[in-house]
Design a binder for this molecule. Structure first.
Ligand code: GDD
Ligand code: MG
Length: 366
């Protein structure tokens, strides 16, 4: 089975994490995000993957290579200019089979693609999109369906007065090649705004399920996805590493304080005496944590250095960040790669610090 993954967006809502690393390869727990998608796809028989890239395509290619480490054939298609979700597909037309999957490249899910493909065959659909229920559909594509599963209406980013269902498109589609006839070539075309509305009544079906699903495209949802993975709420390869104990600690990590599960701790991590790591913590390779510091409900990426007597709670700290003593990073704050936060600072309330920024000792009190 073939799959096209759309990874051409700039990931602006996930900045500053995506200022230096493209969204598909932003580390999530212990692997690049897109690895979760590739593992999920291979469980459903996908062996041929086309990555439809735009922004920072070379960086994606450098991390993923030819796909052999994931057991798939991986090819990259780079648009000359952003073509939109359907335009990107059109641009990859020569490589496409008669039937294939298309996936938004930012969803974490274990939904049953095999069942979705089976339904697609049964109904003879041109396109079958997976549905999922969310609390607030306004940031998604709202889908109204008829009893036979056919789509009656598709409304991308509905206004408040258009919301009469919580069911949205999950960004996972089974498509027939004939769909490409509806897509004009050589320009930006949105599948959500231009193709789905035209396909209503012409073979557009919806597949409902109650599996785990999350769009990881904002810092809040990135943290939520991290917690859900380490708690085993979604089926992933990480759950196998955590089996039984909810702890995955590299052999050469030196943790002198307390470790509270769930936690994933990378290679050469050092946490000094009386520190607390966990619950719900991911520490990347080479992270250091000073004496009496607490890290909980947070992600600290590779090589970050945390001083003593610090508190990190509900935050994301990108690679190579340095944090001085007695500093608090809380409340959804996100520190970009290589930022330096001096001693005795407070960074909170969703503050986002750009990569490389230096904040002096005591310079910030949010
Ligand atoms: N190649 C390419 N070219 N990819 C693109 C382009 C482009 O011009 N524009 C967006 N993408 C990719 C993004 O990288 C992302 O993986 C996917 O297409 C969807 O784009 P987002 O920007 O994340 O869209 P969204 O989250 O606001 O909405 C979409 O996803 C929702 C589910 O998460 C829509 O498909 C909604 O209908 C859907 O509900
Ligand atoms: Mg998205």
């Amino acid at each position: 089975m073939q799959a096209v993954i759309l990874v051409g967006g700039e990931g602006t809502r996930l900045r500053p994490l995506t200022s230096t690393v493209p969204k598909p390869v932003v580390p999530l727990v212990d692997r690049p995000f897109i690895a979760f998608m590739l593992e999920w796809l291979t469980r459903h028989g996908v062996d041929d993957v086309i990555m439809s890239c735009g922004f920072l395509a070379t960086a994606v290619r450098n991390v993923l290579g030819d796909g052999s480490s994931y057991g798939v054939r991986l090819r990259f298609v780079e648009e000359p200019d952003p073509r939109g979700t359907a335009g990107a597909l059109k641009y990859a037309e020569e490589l496409l089979d008669e039937r294939f999957l298309m996936l938004n490249g930012d969803v974490l899910t274990d939904l049953d693609l095999t069942a979705q493909i089976a339904q697609h065959e049964r109904t003879g659909a041109v396109a079958t999109l997976a549905l999922v229920g969310v609390e607030d559909p306004s940031a998604y594509g709202l889908v109204r369906t008829d009893d036979d599963g056919s789509v009656r209406e598709f409304v991308e980013k509905p206004a408040p007065d258009q919301i009469d269902t919580n069911r949205i498109s999950a960004g996972a589609y089974v498509l027939e090649r004939s769909l490409l006839d509806l897509v004009p070539a050589d320009r930006n075309v949105s599948i959500e705004r231009e193709v789905w509305p035209r396909l209503v009544g012409q073979g557009l079906y919806a597949y409902g399920h109650d599996a785990y699903w999350l769009d990881i495209g904002t810092p809040e949802r990135y943290l939520q996805g991290t917690f859900d993975i380490v708690e085993g709420k979604v089926r992933t390869g990480v759950a196998e590493r955590l089996a039984g104990t909810y702890l995955a600690i590299a052999e050469d990590a030196r943790l002198q304080g307390r470790t509270i599960p769930p936690a994933v701790v990378g290679r050469r991590v050092a946490a000094a005496a009386d520190s607390q790591v966990g619950p719900l913590v991911v520490l990347g390779d080479g992270v250091t944590i000073g004496a009496r510091s607490t890290v909980e409900r947070s992600v600290v990426l590779q090589g970050a250095e945390i001083g003593s007597d610090c508190v990190l709670r509900d935050c994301i700290v990108a690679a190579g960040v340095r944090i001085g003593d007695r500093t608090r990073i809380t409340g959804g704050a996100v520190l970009g790669e290589g930022a330096t936060i001096g001693a005795e600072n407070v960074v909170t309330r969703g503050a986002r610090v750009s990569p490389g920024v230096e904040i002096p000792d005591g310079g910030l009190r949010f």
